[in-house]
Design a protein around this ligand. Structure first.
Ligand code: DGT
Ligand code: CA
Ligand code: CA
Ligand code: ZN
Length: 580
């Protein structure tokens, strides 16, 4: 760890302390130490074990020396960890907005629990800042603009947001007669949970070289453009009103496959693929796979042609991260990935009994519409008071109603009884066993007390899974993408325990959650963990969001057999942990 990194950690700690309303003397001591670390000519990491030498540095006393040693040894220090656990790392992003200091951040936290730029944007849109001290209309307007600028420069966007923007833009582009085909590339095509910018490839008669002026004009006239960054003969880059950057490329159809391959990436995949091409005497570019000796084109028109010329099978974009897919494709050993159409049921959803917007019956009809054989109704338990969570008595009534609807469906769809029962702070479940024993699907989830230490949180989750009624661990990380960090958890310990107990872990497909990242999912598969995927729908329209979760399963190379709810209703129930 270099001095600059140490200085940054110390300065962050000072910022967090100030947000926390800490003692000003203490805050200053961290700032001074940060400056000293920044300016010191000795490498602090190399002298960290020598306390006497540390104390010679101006601004470093005994206490600070111990903090430095902890930073060098562990990459952090207890106070920083504690404050990050309380506020989340995203709160520090707020300081990057113009005119925003720790005092204002503290004010926003106290008044509205705002801890990230996205939360601030939401609060502004909802008019929640009006009336707060130091938040006049002018200041709010300035913040609003600052957020737009920030997002334009560094922000990432949720997959669903990027996809909506891409499909609206595609529809517009296709209105132009000379544009025949629009396809997303980049991280959107690879299904990453967040997207940095949109890469759209466009082909058609109006996109052929030397003839693009009219098409470029059409692209640049898109009404949702906020500002144009660059405009050339075959490329237009711009920002949308929401801050998302878009690169639209107009391509000759003869090199469409090469461009699609190149701009889909990932960078790591492309680098490895180019090396393979070189070894075979070819060069690979966005224009073509060509021979090194005479430059003649080997393949360019379709991605399949290119991979085939490299003696590989074509692979789904989700796999292209250079994590073994190149070798697998070369040995014709690519696995079959799961698809949304493999799923036979959705087993986590809410109704008007708690915080959902539709009735049991409406959810069942929506399940039928999607072609499902089964759904599970899993409303909240009483600990979630703000959702009108079910206590024991109401839960039993609810089961009766679910069974009634199930019967009324006359086999058109199975409606499982279920509950999303809260995991309390000590790892106990929020409802009595007598109630849980009536439920076909018991999902145990954490909704409160996110701020525990990693050890405590891991013990809490494991204790909840040890309850014999727990069949599924719901949204296992609690993260809200770009808004709330996952809670601190030893994921491999949890997955190991889940595999041992036979508890299934949920990939929550809600695009703001996507709890298990591709790495977690790979780990789950390696450990022999049962995996289910569900939408956690609060509305019949949410059932279609399953696709966002499926993309993550595919990124982790999961096939239909790796996911329990690809099975029939009967097989699905039998595959879950047996009920006591
Ligand atoms: P993002 O936008 O941050 O979510 O991620 P990507 O993967 O969409 O990255 P982006 O938009 O910078 O570039 C799109 C693809 O274009 C990328 O996946 C691979 C290709 N590409 C872009 N720049 C380079 C480069 O400098 N070298 C190589 N090999 N490929 C590049
Ligand atoms: Ca991109
Ligand atoms: Ca790009
Ligand atoms: Zn939940």
């Amino acid at each position: 760890m270099d001095n600059a990194a140490i200085a940054r950690l110390l300065a962050e700690t000072a910022d967090l302390l100030e947000i926390d309303g800490g003692d000003s003397f203490r805050i200053r001591s961290y700032r001074r130490a940060a400056e000293s670390a920044e300016q010191s000519t000795v490498d602090l990491a190399s002298i960290a074990n020598d306390t006497a030498q540390l104390l010679e540095i101006p601004g470093i006393g005994k206490g600070m020396a111990a903090h430095l040693q902890s930073i060098v040894a562990t990459g952090s220090m207890p106070l920083r960890d504690e404050l990050l656990a309380k506020y989340g790392a995203s709160i520090l992003d707020l300081l990057k907005l113009p005119g925003m200091g720790p005092k204002t951040v503290a004010l926003l936290w106290d008044a509205a629990k705002i801890a990230s730029i996205d939360q601030l944007a939401e609060a502004i849109d909802a008019g929640k800042l009006t009336g707060l001290p130091r938040m006049g209309a002018k200041q709010i307007e300035k913040l609003h603009k600052g957020i737009d600028d920030y997002r334009r420069s560094v922000g990432r966007f949720r997959l669903d947001v990027a996809e909506d923007s891409a499909s609206r833009l595609s529809r517009y582009l296709l209105q132009f007669v000379g544009i025949q085909n629009v396809s997303p590339a980049g991280s959107l095509r690879r299904g990453r949970e967040t997207v940095g910018d949109l890469d759209l490839l466009v082909t058609g008669p109006a996109c052929e070289p030397g003839n693009t002026a009219a098409a470029v004009k059409h692209v640049a006239a898109y009404p949702e453009i906020h500002d144009i960054i660059a405009k050339g003969e075959n490329k237009v880059s711009f920002h949308l009103g929401n801050g998302l950057q878009v690169d639209v490329r107009l391509l000759p159809s003869e090199s469409y496959g090469a461009a699609l391959q190149y701009f889909t990436g990932s960078k790591a995949h492309n680098v490895a693929l180019r090396q393979r091409a070189l070894k075979m005497g070819y060069t690979l570019s966005e224009w073509a796979l060509a021979r090194l000796d005479d430059g003649s084109t080997v393949a360019a028109k379709t991605e399949k042609d290119i991979y085939k010329a490299l003696h590989m099978d074509w692979m789904p974009p989700e796999m292209r991260e250079n994590l073994g897919e190149i070798e697998a494709a070369a040995h014709h050993k690519l696995p079959k990935l799961i698809e949304a159409s493999d799923l036979r049921g959705d087993v986590h959803m809410h109704t008007t009994a708690t915080d959902g917007r539709n009735s049991i019956h409406e959810m069942a009809e929506a399940g039928i519409e999607r072609g499902y054989q089964y759904i599970a109704i899993t409303d909240h338990s009483k600990n979630m008071a703000m959702t009108n969570g079910l206590d024991e008595k109401r839960a039993l009534e609810h089961i009766r109603r679910i069974r009634e609807v199930d019967k009324r469906m006359e086999g058109r769809i199975r409606v499982f009884t279920g509950i999303e029962v809260d995991i309390l702070a000590d790892g106990k479940l929020d409802l009595d066993d007598e109630v849980l024993t009536q439920m076909e699907i018991v999902i145990a989830s954490i909704h409160t007390r996110f701020e525990m230490t990693r050890d405590d949180m891991t013990a809490r989750v494991i204790r909840a899974m040890e309850n014999p009624y727990t069949r599924i661990l719901g949204h296992p990380t609690g993260r809200l993408l770009l808004r709330r960090e996952p809670f601190s958890l030893d994921m491999s310990a949890v997955l190991r325990k889940a595999a041992e107990l036979g508890v299934a872990v949920e990939q929550n497909a809600a695009p703001e959650r996507l709890d298990l990242c591709d790495r977690d999912l790979r780990l789950a598969k390696e450990m022999g963990c049962k995996v289910i995927i569900s939408t956690d729908s609060h509305d019949t329209r949410h059932l279609s969001k399953i696709e966002y979760g499926v993309r993550q399963l595919r990124r982790a190379w999961l096939g239909p057999r790796d996911v329990l709810n690809t099975r029939t209703a009967k097989q699905f129930l039998a595959a879950l942990r047996p009920r006591p």
